[in-house]
Design a protein around this ligand. Structure first.
Ligand SMILES: Nc1nc2c(ncn2[C@@H]2O[C@H](COP(=O)(O)OP(=O)(O)OP(=O)(O)O)[C@@H](O)[C@H]2O)c(=O)[nH]1
Length: 415
């Protein structure tokens, strides 16, 4: 072997060794970086609760002195802590204690993560009327003007509304013109991305239901009668309890006693206390009492169910405004959730506009989506109000309330 060949071999070996060394260092660093990111990167606006519904406090929590960081010595308590009982203190004997009866009634709650996927079958009416026809039309290849008209009609019939429909059709037309969509799978991928975009996936859908500043979060549930306010309040209590939160319910729907009974039953099922007032009493005073009781009891969240109609001539909106103002004497109202019945179409939208003008709606709960072929109302409501749909009701079952996720929703519609 010549000297030059030997030198060449040595150079190649040296290069291989250096490359292996560099790759090893990079891999080790990457692994460390990804771990750190996982541990430290917080979700914007809150954290992803194990419940699958993203919960967040409305305001940053004041930083409390963490117990682990206390500069205590030898396990001695720090300032402000209770001293542990001396080991030689007199011990109590055994005492018969009756267990609370309610405990046995507290129910198992279905995990809330992935609920929208599990309940996708409940959207079958909308899927059949909307998803299947659209996929059929778009997957058929070159679309003539009549086919585009059919696409438009399908969107309108599904209650997406004129503005959203025009926007979606225009986007589809330009994207299809710029790419060769020939198969149903290609059409599905394109349609999915256009529909998801139209649902503004970046909107903050976290529920401001976590306590802050040492006080419970307060959520008002509003809407006209019969839309599912009480049911939603009860289902929401279950979601929070499943996430390990303590909840108190306020029955500020004093219009009918049955509403308070209904709410109390929901509360008992998850071990939550319900504060109620006399039938026909002042809703604002019940709401005030509920928040006070919630603060005294140190619960995480107070959920207040309001009336959808009234005894007196005082307008519903005036009454809601009063409830909110009275609550705000003690605590911040973190969320005003407007409940809308998806089956009522334009009527629901008209109600939504009235509520949105009068009270600061922070989120929408769209109920009874299981009972309609017009799931497209989700697009319209969000567009009209500029407020995110945060939750959807998909049935009468106690756990048929799901976080609204644009991707999972569109997947359910497209089958
Ligand atoms: N199918 C279906 N039914 C629902 C859903 N949410 C609520 N409901 C039903 O709608 C009906 C009315 O619900 P409520 O919770 O009493 O309505 P509300 O808005 O509190 O009514 P008022 O107290 O009269 O103001 C009940 O029969 C519920 O079971 C849902 O997502 N799907």
């Amino acid at each position: 072997m010549s000297t030059s060949s030997l030198v060449l071999i040595l150079v190649v070996v040296a290069v291989v060794l250096i490359a292996a060394l560099v790759t090893g260092v990079v891999l080790t660093r990457r692994r460390r970086i990804s771990l750190t990111q996982k541990e430290e990167a917080p979700k914007p606006g809150g954290y992803e609760a194990s419940s699958g519904i993203s919960l967040a406090p409305a305001k940053p929590e004041p930083v409390e002195h963490p117990v682990a960081d206390r500069p205590e010595v030898d396990g001695q308590p720090g300032v402000g802590d209770d001293a542990s009982e001396p080991r030689d203190s007199v011990k109590r004997g055994f005492v018969e204690v009756d267990l609370p009866e309610e405990a046995s009634e507290v129910e198992e709650i279905e995990p809330t993560s992935g609920r929208l996927e599990r309940l996708r079958g409940k959207l079958s009416k909308s899927r059949n009327a909307f998803g299947s026809s659209l996929l059929g039309l778009l997957g058929a290849g070159d679309l003539d003007e009549d086919s585009w008209q059919d696409v438009e009609d399908t969107l309108l019939i599904a209650d997406l509304g004129a503005a959203t429909t025009t926007e979606i059709v225009d986007t589809l037309r330009s994207k299809i013109a710029g790419s060769a969509v020939r198969t149903e799978a290609e059409a599905q991928a394109l349609l999915r991305s256009v529909l998801v975009d139209a649902l503004h996936p970046s909107m903050d859908r976290s529920l401001k239901a976590l306590p802050h500043s040492g006080k419970p979060a307060v959520l008002l549930v509003v809407g006209v009668n019969g839309v599912g306010k009480t049911t939603t309040t009860g289902k929401l209590a279950r979601v929070l309890v499943a996430d390990g939160r303590t909840v108190l319910l306020g029955a500020a729907d004093t219009f009918r006693a049955a509403a308070a009974d209904q709410l109390e039953t929901w509360g008992k099922r998850v071990g939550a206390e319900t504060v109620r007032g006399p039938e026909g009493g002042d809703p604002a005073s019940v709401a005030f009492d509920a928040v006070k009781r919630g603060m005294d009891a140190g619960v995480d969240t107070v959920l207040i169910d309001t009336a959808g109609r009234l005894h007196t001539k005082v307008g519903l909106m005036d009454e809601l405004g009063k409830v909110k103002r009275v609550v705000e004497k003690q605590a911040v109202v973190d969320e005003v959730l407007l409940v809308l019945d998806a089956t009522t179409g334009q009527n629901g939208l008209t109600q939504a506009r009235v509520f949105a003008e009068q009270v600061d709606i922070t989120g929408i709960v769209l109920t009874k989506l299981d009972g309609t072929a017009k799931g497209g109302i989700v697009f319209q409501v969000q567009r009209e109000l500029g407020v995110p749909v945060k939750l959807v009701g998909l049935g009468e079952g106690a756990d048929h309330l799901a976080p609204f996720e644009p991707g999972a929703f569109v997947d359910a519609l497209l089958g």
